[in-house]
Design a protein around this ligand. Structure first.
Ligand SMILES: Cc1cc2nc3c(=O)[nH]c(=O)nc-3n(C[C@H](O)[C@H](O)[C@H](O)COP(=O)(O)O)c2cc1C
Length: 233
């Protein structure tokens, strides 16, 4: 099968290539993503594994005026200096020790550096963070929920599901950015999507075509010698 890059499907895209080219894209063109493509990706991603095949995710897909409504209502809260809703889960442990703290600092340094923003300029940083709630200009977003009764193992299932979605998006020539940031304004998300009482918002996922005019950067990774132990005897 031919490999067609850009807006066309990457027919036959190698899994290694999908993994290597996925990155958190934080600048999208406004070009729409068709429902047909989103349905194809989400149908294929439903093959993601989950413990006991619980498939403990529920995903809302927002485009068009539904997404505009979410962005607009959230932007109003951000502009009013609203710090957000009581958190339903901790995004990170309050005391982040080595090596995680250093990895987080390095990632932030890279991210703000790519935008020419000093990490020590709180206003500029706030503007960068606020772009989350505009989905970085993306024309489509997923909001992924989990049943309140589920445990940490099922939250991990949601991670596998979302990664599967992100890789399949690459096969469609699309990019994405996972966003826990949506949990900050979860009440506004709930107003727009009206989830059943028992669900918690885990993560959003902005989806679209990467804006080629905005500088891309590639985050580092620890070598596997730091994260993996092979044992043979
Ligand atoms: C569950 C999850 C939540 C994330 N939440 C956010 C977020 O709210 N905003 C954001 O800009 N990036 C978010 N990210 C993106 C990470 O910062 C990014 O994946 C990481 O720095 C590695 O960079 P890469 O994805 O470009 O390889 C999130 C990633 C994951 C997996």
């Amino acid at each position: 099968m031919g490999v067609v890059r850009g807006r066309e499907r990457w027919l036959g895209l190698d899994v290694y290539e999908a993994v290597a080219t996925r990155r958190a894209v934080r600048a999208f063109t406004g070009d729409p993503v068709s429902r047909e493509v989103l349905e194809r990706v989400l149908s294929a991603a439903s093959r993601a594994p989950s413990g006991a095949n619980l498939q403990p995710w529920h995903t809302y897909v927002l485009t068009g005026s539904a997404l505009d409504r979410l962005k607009k209502r959230t932007a109003e809260r951000v502009a009013a200096g609203d710090p957000g809703d009581a958190r339903e889960y901790e995004m990170y442990p309050p005391e982040l020790g080595a090596p995680y703290r250093e990895r987080r600092s390095a990632a932030a340094e890279q991210r703000y550096g790519a935008l020419g923003v000093s990490r020590h300029d709180p206003r500029a940083r706030a503007r960068v963070v606020a772009a989350n709630w505009d989905c970085f200009g993306a024309p489509a977003a997923l909001l992924c929920f989990i049943d309140r009764g589920m445990g940490s193992a099922q939250w991990a299932d949601l991670g596998m599901y979302l990664q599967t979605v992100m890789l399949l998006l690459r096969a469609e020539g699309l990019h994405s950015c996972p966003q826990m940031a949506w949990s900050v304004y979860r009440a506004t998300v709930a107003e727009v999507v009206s989830p059943p009482e028992g669900l918690i918002l885990y993560c959003g996922l902005s989806i679209g075509f990467a804006d080629p005019t905005t500088g891309a950067f590639r985050t580092d990774r620890a070598p596997i010698t730091e994260t993996t132990t092979f044992m043979t005897d």
